[in-house]
Design a protein around this ligand. Structure first.
Ligand SMILES: [Zn+2]
Ligand SMILES: [Zn+2]
Length: 250
Protein backbone atom coordinates (compact mmCIF):
# COMPACT_ATOMS: atom_id res chain seq x y z
CA UNK A 1 0.00 0.00 0.00
CA UNK A 2 1.43 3.30 -1.00
CA UNK A 3 0.57 6.84 -1.96
CA UNK A 4 1.21 7.26 -5.68
CA UNK A 5 1.55 10.49 -7.68
CA UNK A 6 -0.34 10.86 -10.96
CA UNK A 7 -0.74 13.66 -13.47
CA UNK A 8 -4.15 15.27 -13.51
CA UNK A 9 -4.34 14.40 -17.22
CA UNK A 10 -3.78 10.67 -16.51
CA UNK A 11 -6.60 8.27 -17.23
CA UNK A 12 -5.23 5.13 -15.64
CA UNK A 13 -7.46 2.29 -14.50
CA UNK A 14 -6.12 1.59 -11.01
CA UNK A 15 -8.57 -1.13 -9.96
CA UNK A 16 -11.57 -3.00 -11.32
CA UNK A 17 -13.87 0.03 -11.00
CA UNK A 18 -11.73 3.13 -10.46
CA UNK A 19 -9.75 5.41 -12.75
CA UNK A 20 -7.22 8.07 -11.72
CA UNK A 21 -9.26 10.80 -13.40
CA UNK A 22 -12.01 10.31 -10.81
CA UNK A 23 -9.57 11.40 -8.10
CA UNK A 24 -8.26 14.67 -9.52
CA UNK A 25 -8.48 17.97 -7.70
CA UNK A 26 -11.48 20.13 -8.53
CA UNK A 27 -9.63 23.47 -8.33
CA UNK A 28 -9.28 23.45 -12.11
CA UNK A 29 -5.47 23.72 -12.12
CA UNK A 30 -3.34 21.17 -13.88
CA UNK A 31 -1.25 19.80 -11.01
CA UNK A 32 -0.21 16.35 -9.85
CA UNK A 33 -2.59 14.31 -7.74
CA UNK A 34 -2.02 11.79 -4.95
CA UNK A 35 -3.90 8.52 -4.51
CA UNK A 36 -3.33 6.03 -1.72
CA UNK A 37 -3.79 2.48 -3.03
CA UNK A 38 -5.19 1.45 0.37
CA UNK A 39 -8.05 3.88 -0.25
CA UNK A 40 -8.76 2.36 -3.67
CA UNK A 41 -8.93 -1.17 -2.30
CA UNK A 42 -11.12 0.02 0.57
CA UNK A 43 -13.54 1.54 -1.97
CA UNK A 44 -13.60 -1.72 -3.95
CA UNK A 45 -14.41 -3.71 -0.79
CA UNK A 46 -17.04 -1.20 0.26
CA UNK A 47 -18.63 -1.36 -3.18
CA UNK A 48 -18.87 -5.15 -2.79
CA UNK A 49 -20.12 -4.95 0.79
CA UNK A 50 -22.92 -2.62 -0.33
CA UNK A 51 -23.60 -4.65 -3.49
CA UNK A 52 -23.49 -1.29 -5.27
CA UNK A 53 -23.90 -0.79 -8.98
CA UNK A 54 -21.50 2.14 -8.97
CA UNK A 55 -19.57 4.55 -6.80
CA UNK A 56 -19.59 8.26 -7.64
CA UNK A 57 -16.63 10.18 -6.29
CA UNK A 58 -17.50 13.81 -5.70
CA UNK A 59 -14.20 14.91 -4.22
CA UNK A 60 -10.95 12.98 -3.74
CA UNK A 61 -7.51 14.60 -3.92
CA UNK A 62 -7.41 18.30 -3.01
CA UNK A 63 -4.39 20.57 -3.27
CA UNK A 64 -3.92 22.55 -0.01
CA UNK A 65 -5.35 25.72 -1.60
CA UNK A 66 -8.49 23.98 -2.80
CA UNK A 67 -8.86 22.19 0.52
CA UNK A 68 -8.86 25.56 2.32
CA UNK A 69 -11.28 26.99 -0.24
CA UNK A 70 -13.82 24.29 0.57
CA UNK A 71 -13.46 24.74 4.32
CA UNK A 72 -10.64 22.34 5.13
CA UNK A 73 -7.41 22.97 7.02
CA UNK A 74 -5.18 22.62 3.95
CA UNK A 75 -3.47 19.56 5.37
CA UNK A 76 -6.24 17.02 5.96
CA UNK A 77 -6.62 13.52 4.48
CA UNK A 78 -7.88 14.83 1.13
CA UNK A 79 -4.57 16.69 0.61
CA UNK A 80 -2.67 13.45 1.23
CA UNK A 81 -4.67 11.40 -1.27
CA UNK A 82 -6.18 9.39 1.55
CA UNK A 83 -9.84 10.39 1.42
CA UNK A 84 -12.85 10.59 -0.85
CA UNK A 85 -16.31 12.06 -0.50
CA UNK A 86 -18.54 9.76 -2.47
CA UNK A 87 -21.89 8.09 -2.80
CA UNK A 88 -22.99 4.71 -4.06
CA UNK A 89 -25.77 3.69 -6.41
CA UNK A 90 -27.58 0.45 -5.52
CA UNK A 91 -28.77 -2.26 -7.91
CA UNK A 92 -32.17 -0.52 -7.94
CA UNK A 93 -30.58 2.61 -9.41
CA UNK A 94 -31.12 4.66 -6.24
CA UNK A 95 -28.52 6.27 -4.04
CA UNK A 96 -27.57 4.22 -1.03
CA UNK A 97 -28.14 6.36 2.10
CA UNK A 98 -25.02 7.65 3.81
CA UNK A 99 -26.17 5.98 7.03
CA UNK A 100 -25.98 2.58 5.34
CA UNK A 101 -22.51 3.35 4.01
CA UNK A 102 -21.27 4.28 7.50
CA UNK A 103 -22.74 1.08 8.97
CA UNK A 104 -21.19 -0.99 6.18
CA UNK A 105 -17.75 0.45 6.94
CA UNK A 106 -18.28 -0.34 10.61
CA UNK A 107 -19.39 -3.90 9.74
CA UNK A 108 -16.25 -4.30 7.64
CA UNK A 109 -14.16 -3.44 10.70
CA UNK A 110 -12.90 -0.17 9.21
CA UNK A 111 -11.08 1.66 11.99
CA UNK A 112 -9.96 4.78 10.13
CA UNK A 113 -11.84 7.93 9.14
CA UNK A 114 -15.53 8.07 8.24
CA UNK A 115 -17.81 11.08 7.87
CA UNK A 116 -21.58 10.70 7.77
CA UNK A 117 -23.25 12.79 5.03
CA UNK A 118 -20.26 15.04 4.56
CA UNK A 119 -21.02 18.27 2.80
CA UNK A 120 -24.54 18.21 4.25
CA UNK A 121 -27.58 16.93 2.42
CA UNK A 122 -30.01 14.39 3.75
CA UNK A 123 -29.29 10.82 4.75
CA UNK A 124 -30.48 9.78 1.29
CA UNK A 125 -28.63 12.41 -0.73
CA UNK A 126 -25.51 13.02 1.36
CA UNK A 127 -22.09 11.68 0.58
CA UNK A 128 -19.86 9.74 2.89
CA UNK A 129 -16.32 10.82 3.68
CA UNK A 130 -14.22 7.65 3.53
CA UNK A 131 -10.68 7.92 4.68
CA UNK A 132 -7.57 5.82 5.36
CA UNK A 133 -5.65 8.48 7.28
CA UNK A 134 -7.30 9.72 10.43
CA UNK A 135 -9.14 7.58 12.90
CA UNK A 136 -12.15 9.70 13.69
CA UNK A 137 -15.76 9.06 12.85
CA UNK A 138 -17.70 12.21 12.15
CA UNK A 139 -21.35 13.06 12.25
CA UNK A 140 -23.08 15.49 9.91
CA UNK A 141 -20.12 17.34 8.48
CA UNK A 142 -22.18 20.30 7.41
CA UNK A 143 -22.21 21.19 11.10
CA UNK A 144 -18.79 22.71 11.61
CA UNK A 145 -18.26 21.25 15.08
CA UNK A 146 -18.39 17.72 13.69
CA UNK A 147 -15.54 18.35 11.31
CA UNK A 148 -13.04 18.50 14.12
CA UNK A 149 -14.75 16.43 16.77
CA UNK A 150 -15.40 12.73 16.58
CA UNK A 151 -19.12 11.93 16.92
CA UNK A 152 -18.95 8.35 18.04
CA UNK A 153 -17.13 5.04 18.06
CA UNK A 154 -20.19 3.18 16.77
CA UNK A 155 -22.63 4.42 14.16
CA UNK A 156 -25.15 1.86 15.42
CA UNK A 157 -25.17 3.80 18.70
CA UNK A 158 -25.02 7.18 16.98
CA UNK A 159 -28.03 6.41 14.78
CA UNK A 160 -29.82 4.50 17.52
CA UNK A 161 -29.94 1.25 15.56
CA UNK A 162 -29.62 -2.07 17.35
CA UNK A 163 -27.19 -4.35 15.59
CA UNK A 164 -29.52 -7.33 15.99
CA UNK A 165 -32.28 -5.46 14.18
CA UNK A 166 -30.31 -5.04 11.01
CA UNK A 167 -32.48 -6.04 8.09
CA UNK A 168 -31.64 -9.44 6.69
CA UNK A 169 -31.03 -9.27 3.00
CA UNK A 170 -31.19 -11.77 0.20
CA UNK A 171 -28.93 -11.21 -2.77
CA UNK A 172 -30.25 -8.57 -5.14
CA UNK A 173 -27.60 -9.02 -7.84
CA UNK A 174 -27.67 -11.37 -10.81
CA UNK A 175 -27.29 -15.07 -9.99
CA UNK A 176 -24.92 -17.03 -12.25
CA UNK A 177 -26.30 -19.29 -14.95
CA UNK A 178 -24.73 -22.74 -14.63
CA UNK A 179 -22.60 -24.04 -17.51
CA UNK A 180 -24.02 -26.97 -19.51
CA UNK A 181 -22.12 -29.57 -17.48
CA UNK A 182 -24.17 -28.39 -14.48
CA UNK A 183 -21.50 -26.83 -12.29
CA UNK A 184 -18.54 -24.43 -12.33
CA UNK A 185 -15.03 -25.85 -12.09
CA UNK A 186 -11.45 -24.64 -12.09
CA UNK A 187 -10.56 -22.83 -15.31
CA UNK A 188 -14.11 -21.86 -16.31
CA UNK A 189 -14.30 -18.39 -17.81
CA UNK A 190 -16.82 -15.76 -18.74
CA UNK A 191 -19.59 -13.46 -17.63
CA UNK A 192 -21.39 -16.14 -15.59
CA UNK A 193 -18.19 -16.68 -13.61
CA UNK A 194 -18.23 -12.95 -12.90
CA UNK A 195 -21.81 -13.27 -11.62
CA UNK A 196 -20.68 -16.16 -9.43
CA UNK A 197 -17.75 -14.13 -8.07
CA UNK A 198 -19.95 -11.13 -7.34
CA UNK A 199 -22.36 -13.37 -5.46
CA UNK A 200 -19.53 -14.94 -3.43
CA UNK A 201 -18.13 -11.51 -2.61
CA UNK A 202 -21.52 -10.59 -1.20
CA UNK A 203 -22.36 -13.90 0.50
CA UNK A 204 -19.08 -14.73 2.20
CA UNK A 205 -17.18 -11.42 1.81
CA UNK A 206 -14.78 -13.33 -0.41
CA UNK A 207 -13.06 -10.18 -1.78
CA UNK A 208 -12.45 -11.94 -5.10
CA UNK A 209 -11.24 -9.97 -8.07
CA UNK A 210 -14.21 -10.17 -10.44
CA UNK A 211 -12.06 -11.37 -13.34
CA UNK A 212 -14.41 -14.01 -14.77
CA UNK A 213 -11.98 -16.88 -14.25
CA UNK A 214 -12.52 -19.71 -11.76
CA UNK A 215 -9.25 -20.22 -9.89
CA UNK A 216 -8.22 -21.49 -6.47
CA UNK A 217 -9.61 -18.41 -4.68
CA UNK A 218 -13.04 -18.75 -6.29
CA UNK A 219 -13.10 -22.48 -5.46
CA UNK A 220 -12.15 -21.67 -1.85
CA UNK A 221 -14.96 -19.10 -1.67
CA UNK A 222 -17.45 -21.67 -3.07
CA UNK A 223 -16.37 -24.11 -0.33
CA UNK A 224 -16.78 -21.40 2.29
CA UNK A 225 -20.30 -20.72 1.01
CA UNK A 226 -21.11 -24.46 0.96
CA UNK A 227 -19.92 -24.70 4.56
CA UNK A 228 -22.14 -21.77 5.52
CA UNK A 229 -25.23 -23.43 4.06
CA UNK A 230 -24.36 -26.91 5.39
CA UNK A 231 -23.93 -28.61 2.08
CA UNK A 232 -21.14 -30.82 0.69
CA UNK A 233 -17.92 -28.78 0.39
CA UNK A 234 -16.70 -29.99 -2.98
CA UNK A 235 -15.96 -26.51 -4.34
CA UNK A 236 -18.15 -27.21 -7.38
CA UNK A 237 -20.90 -24.64 -7.60
CA UNK A 238 -23.85 -26.46 -9.19
CA UNK A 239 -27.63 -26.83 -8.97
CA UNK A 240 -27.70 -27.45 -5.24
CA UNK A 241 -25.41 -24.53 -4.42
CA UNK A 242 -27.41 -22.27 -6.72
CA UNK A 243 -30.73 -23.07 -5.04
CA UNK A 244 -29.08 -22.50 -1.63
CA UNK A 245 -27.73 -19.19 -2.97
CA UNK A 246 -31.20 -18.05 -3.98
CA UNK A 247 -32.60 -18.55 -0.50
CA UNK A 248 -29.44 -17.44 1.33
CA UNK A 249 -29.98 -14.54 3.74
CA UNK A 250 -27.27 -12.31 5.07
ZN1 LIG B 1 -5.97 21.77 -6.87
ZN1 LIG C 1 -14.10 14.43 2.92
Amino acid sequence: MAVIKYKSSDKIQISAHFNTNEFKCKCGKNHEILIDSELVSLLESLRTELNAKSCIIYSAYRCPTHDKNVGGSGKGSHTQGKAVDCYFIGQDGKRIPSQKVCLALEDMGHKKGIGYRCGGGSNESGQTHTDVANRKWYGDESIKAYRTKSCCSSYYEYFGIKKDNVVVNTYTGVFPKLPSRGYFKNGDKGIEVKNLQRFLNWAVNAKLAVDGIVGVKTIAAVKLFQKKVNTKQDGLFGKNSLSKAKEFKK
